[in-house]
Design a protein around this ligand. Structure first.
Ligand code: UD1
Length: 291
């Protein structure tokens, strides 16, 4: 298979390219490409031509920070909406299958737990809105042109990559970074909020499965179904990496959702089985393994 991956330098994209390259001809695209990948601004008009030659296109390139999107909505419209339509357009012209990586951010403040894909969407940030609009364009492209497209909504993705240059990185990376530096862990609010933390290798697993499925705009949650409170996470990280540090509580984060757990039965029906349990991963990953 000839496969293109946009966002190939990101947390998920890098792992996806490495995995697919074992069995396929893969080309990565990123604004800041790693070796073997090509430089591409996804929202530039020439992106359509660059992405036309593939049988499968994984679209992961996106601006991904909720607070940054609140500060600068036009940037998010450009990268995430114009960029996504460019990918769909390339797929339409080149007759490619598309797997579009959206986000659990489309659910807003969830009304039910665990959250099924049929839960209504409601943006709480420009970031979330761009993902909702991207999904709607996927459906429209399917309806108008028969685009073969599936949509994945990852929950809270984590990995060994702590993204030291990224101030907006996820809570797991922040806690492990702090533990490594001997600094306290700060919990926003009471710490009883819960999340579904999914390891990047499980996200890659679902993306790989979808390569073989014709899509009509079908949506799949990608999580584990396991519930972890932020307080439990802080205790896990502290006891494993830095028993001497303190856990503090700060004010609750503005706009924070209380609970976010995925109903993954739909993905399970395709054969997806999350393999990494957060507590096991923390127990078995030494500090030296983190980048
Ligand atoms: C995550 C995604 C976001 C997506 C959303 C979908 C990340 C970085 N962000 O947001 O893109 O829109 O899921 O639901 O993955 N916390 C602390 N202390 C800290 C940092 C965070 O207590 O130092 C708390 C936060 O207040 C929050 C929880 O940990 O309650 C998770 O925060 P975070 O990792 O930023 O992810 P989400 O806000 O869930």
């Amino acid at each position: 298979m000839r496969i293109g991956v946009t966002g190939s330098s990101g947390q998920i994209g890098g792992r996806l390219v490495a995995r697919l390259a074992q069995a396929h001809e893969v080309r990565g695209f990123d604004r800041r490409p790693a070796s073997q990948s090509s430089v591409l601004d996804i929202a530039a008009p020439e992106a359509v031509a660059s992405l036309k030659e593939f049988e499968v296109l994984y679209h992961l390139a996106a601006a991904i920070s909720v607070p940054e999107s609140v500060a600068n909505p036009p940037l998010y419209v450009r990268d995430n909406i114009v960029g996504t339509v460019n990918v769909f357009e390339a797929a339409r012209r080149g007759d490619a299958r598309v797997v579009f990586v959206s986000s659990a951010a489309v659910y807003g403040e969830p009304q039910t737990q665990p959250i099924p894909e049929s839960h209504p969407t409601k943006a709480m940030s420009p970031y979330g809105q761009t993902k909702i609009t991207g999904e709607e364009f996927a459906l429209l492209y399917h309806q108008l042109y028969g685009l073969d497209v599936s949509i994945v909504r990852p929950f809270n993705v984590y990995s060994e990559d702590l993204q030291p240059d990224n101030p907006y990185t996820g809570v797991i990376a922040i806690f492990i970074r702090n533990a490594r530096n001997g600094q306290p862990l700060t919990i926003d609010g009471d710490g009883m909020q819960t999340r579904d933390f999914v390891h990047v290798s499980d996200v890659v697993q679902l993306l790989e499965i979808l390569m073989k499925h014709k899509g009509a705009g079908d949506v799949y949650n990608c999580g584990t179904g396991d519930v972890t409170s932020i307080l439990d996470l802080a205790e896990l990280v502290r006891s494993r990496y830095a028993p001497g540090i303190s856990i503090r509580h700060g004010p609750p984060r503005l706009g924070d959702i209380r609970h976010g757990i995925a109903d993954i039965s739909k993905a399970r029906r395709l054969g997806y089985t999350p393999r990494v349990r957060l507590a096991d991963w923390i127990q078995t990953t030494p500090l030296a393994k983190f980048a």
